[in-house]
Design a binder for this molecule. Structure first.
Ligand SMILES: NC(=O)c1ccc[n+]([C@@H]2O[C@H](COP(=O)([O-])OP(=O)(O)OC[C@H]3O[C@@H](n4cnc5c(N)ncnc54)[C@H](O)[C@@H]3O)[C@@H](O)[C@H]2O)c1
Ligand SMILES: [Zn+2]
Length: 369
């Protein structure tokens, strides 16, 4: 297999910290290099992955680590959001501790956002923080969750309620790892790429409109171009607002207040996160239109693009009241006094506070069937 590094995106953080995101095809050997660098040359790794990803890629990743003379212990968690819990977290810490030698250990998170968030949180908290390398295997993880250092587990009361900021030592994105992804997962991840374009970069949105099929079929040129741009845009946000305090990083929640509420109303299993975010973005766009920020044409343009990408454009199977009751409990929404991210144009978003409940309900009514 030929090694082909297509892009390297630097992430620069306050205090002179920085790390690299490496994007390419056939670049699994970069994982060995990343672990060696993070571990100071004599590395032991704990490879954390899930059942589905281990079956497809576990052996190949263990082989490159072995070739790089990294002593590797693997921990496999059950695939799915339900693994982001305290029991799995505790088990990981005990296993990491058992694998930890005199020279320390590097965590390698091989998987989607679930593995990244859980393994990242274990790495953030074990001995007050040990190095970890992200190896994303879903499109969602490439364009969003593996970049920026947010790590978390869920509580029965809600998602991501326990977490920490912990930046990876390096992120290795090998597009070949994404090939076995079920189409529905790919499309859900695509929604987060469209989100990044809608809030920050009109040119990227136009590129997505023109290259949708190439991106969804993971053509290396087009897919790597989109992933690179999403990483650059997120890296720029994280470097200015790493801890999500100034309001800049909050723009990345475009569509998420509506989306999270619908996920909760539908019980999380019936809708993928990215699908809920796609409809959530349309709700936020309807609201932006009702407040005179954007024209109807922009809402239609988004809707046409989402439909072409195979994403839903309305919530089904729950009522406006169901979704609205969950919106009221959204921690970010409540803390910001009915604060939502709205669109000013394609490529520019804004945080708006004090939105009347009636307006929020009316926007929802347009997107619930
Ligand atoms: N930390 C952040 O900044 C951030 C941002 C966005 C989302 N998230 C979190 O990410 C999670 C969602 O991530 P996700 O959508 O990647 O979900 P996921 O990790 O559950 O992956 C989706 C499914 O695809 C399977 N899978 C993964 N890679 C595969 C591959 N290459 N081939 C075949 N199957 C594969 C997984 O086993 C799983 O069943 C949520 O928990 C969310 O809270 C975190
Ligand atoms: Zn999201």
């Amino acid at each position: 297999m030929t090694t082909n590094i297509l892009h390297t995106v630097p992430v620069k953080l306050p205090g002179g910290r920085s790390y690299e995101i490496i994007i390419g095809t056939g670049i699994l050997n970069e994982i060995g290099r990343a672990v060696q660098d993070a571990g100071g040359g004599t590395a032991r790794a704990v490879l954390i992955t899930d059942t589905a990803v281990d079956a497809r890629h576990g052996d190949a990743v263990r082989a490159v680590l072995k070739k790089s003379r990294v002593d590797t212990h693997t921990i496999v968690i059950p695939a799915g959001e339900r693994s982001k819990n305290f029991k799995q977290y505790e088990k990981l810490l005990i296993d990491i501790n058992a694998a930890d030698g005199l020279h320390g250990v590097v965590v390698v998170a091989l998987g989607g956002g679930v593995v990244g968030d859980l393994a990242g949180f274990a790495a953030a908290t074990y001995k007050r923080g040990i190095p970890f390398v992200q190896v994303p295997t879903t499109l969602l993880a490439c364009v969003d969750s593996s970049v920026g250092g947010k790590t978390a587990i869920d509580l029965p009361a809600g998602k991501n309620l326990v977490g920490a900021f912990h930046q990876p030592a390096r992120v290795v994105m090998d597009l070949d790892l994404l090939r076995p992804l079920p189409p529905r997962e790919l499309r859900a991840g695509y929604a987060e790429a469209a989100k990044t374009a809608l809030i920050f970069d009109e040119k990227l949105f136009k590129y997505l409109e023109a290259n949708l099929d190439a991106v969804l079929s993971l053509e290396p040129g087009a897919a790597a171009q989109v992933i690179r741009r999403c990483c650059e845009l997120k890296a720029a946000v994280v470097s200015r607002d790493e801890r999500d305090v100034s309001g800049l990083r909050a723009l990345l929640n475009f569509g998420h207040t509506f989306g999270h509420a619908a996920e909760a109303a539908l019980g999380f299993r019936r809708i993928r996160h990215g699908e809920a975010v796609a409809v959530g973005m349309l709700c936020a766009a309807e609201l932006s239109r009702a407040r005179g920020l954007i024209s109807k044409d922009i809402v239609s343009r988004m809707e046409i693009h989402f439909a072409a990408a195979g994403l839903p454009t309305a919530f089904k199977g729950c009522s406006v009241d169901d979704i609205f009751s969950h919106i009221k409990y959204d921690k970010k929404f409540a803390a910001g006094k009915t604060r939502l991210v709205l669109l000013e144009k394609i490529g520019r978003a804004t945080l708006v506070s004090g939105i009347p409940e009636k307006q929020i309900k009316s926007a929802l009514e347009m997107r619930v069937v």
